[in-house]
Design a protein around this ligand. Structure first.
Ligand code: AMP
Ligand code: MG
Length: 732
């Protein structure tokens, strides 16, 4: 059986690239060569500084069971064994044990003792190291060992024979043992990366600076430094600690299908807790969390629907004395409950005004004539003409209730006006209904606040304070030297606003790991997630992936998707330490979508993955999912809400299908009234990922499947799936 393993190197120097980590690769090699019943497969590695939060976050993240597949019965942690190397010495900066032990759901002191006892046979200094062992999340064994290459390997060697049984017990307990038979299939590329790391260790690699991963560790100081200069190949694309030359030349991230990527995104997205909001804080795009019940009748009194005269219906047409008037909003007039309207009398009345007691119908002013009036001085001292007698015209009957809205005619007290799951739209009808429901607060799902950042040394801000200066002349020089105006951030902000999300604009950030990581981590204090663009592939300044997993303690759940454009789309969760638990006691996760820099790639990835996640976060599809966030079996229904699509007739020149990746070309969806069908017209024949123009006026992404010998092209008139990203058109 294969067991997924994570190796976490804790070292300030290695994380800053000032030293090369040799312990991590040595441990990977030890495990790959171990002659135990289980096969240890290193599925993830990371290097973090001696930072308690980062260490704890990373370990917690790797050990927390998560569901990765739709319909999957079992939640699986990324790792069943985690080895943390470094930070176990006695100097003040050694914080590993303090970071890890609070995570233990079970302590395994004997395992730690076995490591120390074994190491003591080699060096008495082993007595000074704080190795520890325990179970995290009841799902994974975690060992903390010294940071030196020799010390870390020696410690793990002591307990290696006991580990298979320990891991077996945990896996049997969760009933998921069989899933791990698939580890090899799902993590082939990761394994390759790990094996590359191991191979490099075989080249007798050394750390540049022996005083690295476990500064102050006594055990470590006992080992003599290697003197060979070959360095390990970086274990992931752009390992922050590796030089450009030594980086992986092939992405270690498996290229996963679009459906799986979306499933991972949705399975790791939880609808935010509802809050009680006053009407003024409710926005279009929000979803009602609790049924809204009308607290009062509308109207609360019988009211006139017309400008005219309130009458007693049985009086019928004829000449009448006018007993004052009733206007909308006016207080009770001369006609009161004690002194009601009598036969032979009428009251002048305005639309919306309360019916005077005794009156039961309204006659329109157009159906009357004035017979007699008088002049009087009003309260303001002005002369005013007053009606005395009016004739009701017509020969027919006046119907009781004519032109009168009875109490509760528009809304009955006690009626449910909006149901949980209903959406507030830009039409205004829902907000209007809430306004008259007589409630002060409404339980609503929250629209997530999302931060947006463009990255790239070449990217010029067109939104910030300095943007006005870059409008024309001087910029042309810059553009000719490789600069490019930022189109991603403005486009994404617009797309997010259309979903109703509040946006935190992080501006343009240079290709600098420190700046990027600082900005993301600060934004996550107040935002649900961060969307970045650029720096996510294999270029030498592509820092997003390493920053997420080596600086932010995040877990990259996918780093490449089999699609065209947007292949390097990356999705990661980042555990939060502040205000960190949710209602169920689980650690709160936030997300980073690191989207490609090419403008079309960024927007396509947004509509394919980010928009559905935002809809799920904001409570859409709850009527279907009822709060279920993973493993739903009604995926089609979910998608119809979270990422709707229609079948449409393709309009455009014949397109040759890509053999490897499905393609998402930009199109315009229209309902043809003449032909009674949906048509999806190719927007632009130049569909390169850098050409924002192909996105302009597009309202669908036309989904083109991979080509095969049997199906090479898509032709005009063929039915295609069109993923709807904006309101369709209606044509003749
Ligand atoms: P990257 O993903 O950083 O390798 O960038 C890929 C391409 O997208 C490069 O040509 C970048 O110049 C371009 N690019 C990156 N960010 C932006 C942006 N915010 N706006 C427009 N183009 C960009
Ligand atoms: Mg770049």
């Amino acid at each position: 059986m294969s067991v997924p393993v994570g190796i976490l190197t804790v070292s300030d120097k290695c994380s800053r690239g000032k030293a090369v980590d040799t312990s991590g690769p040595a441990l990977a090699q030890l495990l790959s060569e171990a002659k135990t019943n289980n096969r240890w497969v290193v599925v993830t590695t990371a290097i973090v500084p001696d930072d308690k939060n980062l260490i704890a976050n990373t370990v917690q993240n790797w050990c927390t069971p998560k569901s990765y597949s739709a319909g999957g019965m079992h939640a699986e942690p990324l790792c069943r064994l985690v080895i943390v190397t470094g930070g176990t010495g006695i100097s003040p900066s050694d914080v590993t044990v303090g970071a890890i032990e609070p995570l233990f759901t079970k302590r395994l002191p004997s395992l730690a003792t076995a490591m120390v006892v074994g190491s003591l046979k080699i060096t008495p200094m082993a007595a000074l190291s704080q190795v520890t062992a325990g179970v995290v999340c009841d799902a994974a064994i975690v060992l903390a060992v010294p940071g030196s290459k020799k010390g870390s390997v020696e410690n793990v060697q002591q307990v290696l024979p006991a580990l298979p049984h320990a891991v077996d017990t945990l896996m049997a307990r969760s009933g998921t043992r069989h899933l791990h038979e698939n580890v090899e299939d799902t993590s082939v590329d990761n394994r390759e990366a790990a094996q590359a790391a191991s191979r490099s260790v075989l080249c007798s690699c050394s750390r540049e600076d022996e005083d690295t991963t476990d500064a102050g560790s006594a055990t470590h100081s006992q080992h003599s430094p290697d003197t060979t200069i070959t360095k390990p190949i970086a274990r992931a694309a752009n390992d922050l600690s590796a030089s450009v030359v030594r980086r992986a030349r092939k992405s270690p991230y498996p290229m996963i299908p679009v459906a799986k990527a979306l499933d991972i995104v949705l399975s790791n997205t939880k609808t935010l807790q509802p809050v009680d909001l006053p009407l003024c804080d409710i926005r279009a795009g929000q979803i009602v969390a609790r049924d809204v019940v009308a607290q009062e009748n509308v109207p609360a009194y019988p009211a006139s629907v017309m400008d005219g005269y309130a009458v007693i219906a049985t009086d019928g047409p004829g000449d009448y004395i006018v007993r004052g008037s009733s206007t909308a909003g006016s207080k009770e007039g001369t006609v009161t409950a004690e002194n009601p309207l009598l036969s032979g009398q009428i009251v002048r009345i305005a639309t919306g005004a309360p019916m005077p007691p005794g009156a039961d119908a309204v006659v329109m002013v157009e159906d009357t004539v004035l017979l007699e009036s008088t002049h009087k001085i009003n309260d303001a001292g002005e002369e005013e003409e007053e009606e005395l007698r009016v004739r009701i015209l017509g020969s027919g009957r006046v119907e009781p209730g004519q032109h009168v809205r009875s109490i509760g005619h528009d809304l009955q007290k006690g009626t449910t006006v909006l149901h949980a799951g209903d959406a507030i739209t830009t039409v205004g009808g829902e907000i209007g209904t809430l306004a008259i429901s007589g409630n002060r607060l409404f339980s609503m799902y929250v629209l997530p606040k999302i931060a947006v950042m463009s990255t790239g040394d070449e990217v010029i801000d067109v939104l910030g304070e300095d943007a006005s200066k870059t409008g024309s002349g001087p910029l042309l020089d810059a553009l000719s030297y490789g600069a490019i105006r930022d189109s991603n951030r403005p486009a994404l902000i617009a797309a997010l606003s259309a979903l109703g999300c509040p946006v935190n604009d992080l501006g343009v950030v240079k290709d600098d790991p420190d700046l990027i990581s600082e900005s993301i981590s600060k934004a996550l204090e107040t935002c649900e997630g961060v969307i970045t663009t650029g720096g996510v592939s294999m270029g030498e300044k592509d820092w997003l992936k390493p920053v997420v997993d080596q600086r932010l303690g995040g877990q990259i759940l996918f780093g490449r998707v089999a699609m065209k454009p947007s292949k390097p789309t990356t999705f990661a969760t980042i555990p939060q330490t502040k205000n960190s638990t949710e209602n169920n006691g689980q650690q709160k996760q936030k997300f980073v979508f690191a989207l490609p820099g090419n403008p079309v790639s960024a927007l396509v990835a947004f509509h394919m993955f980010v928009a559905p996640a935002i809809r799920l976060l904001s409570g859409h599809a709850l009527n279907i999912a009822k709060g279920v966030v993973s493993g739903w079996d009604n995926t089609e229904e979910m998608l119809s809400v979270l990422r709707p699509s229609v079948k449409a007739a393709f309009e455009g020149p014949e397109i040759t299908l890509d053999r490897v990746r499905p393609e998402y070309v930009r199109g315009m969806l229209a309902w043809s009234q003449k032909y009674n069908k949906w048509t999806a017209k190719l927007m632009d024949q130049k569909q390169q990922s850098s050409r924002m123009a192909s996105m302009q006026s597009a309202n669908v992404l036309i989904s083109l499947p991979c080509g095969s010998d049997a199906k090479r092209t898509v032709r005009h008139g063929e039915l295609v799936t069109a993923i709807v990203i904006a309101t369709p058109l209606f044509t003749f």
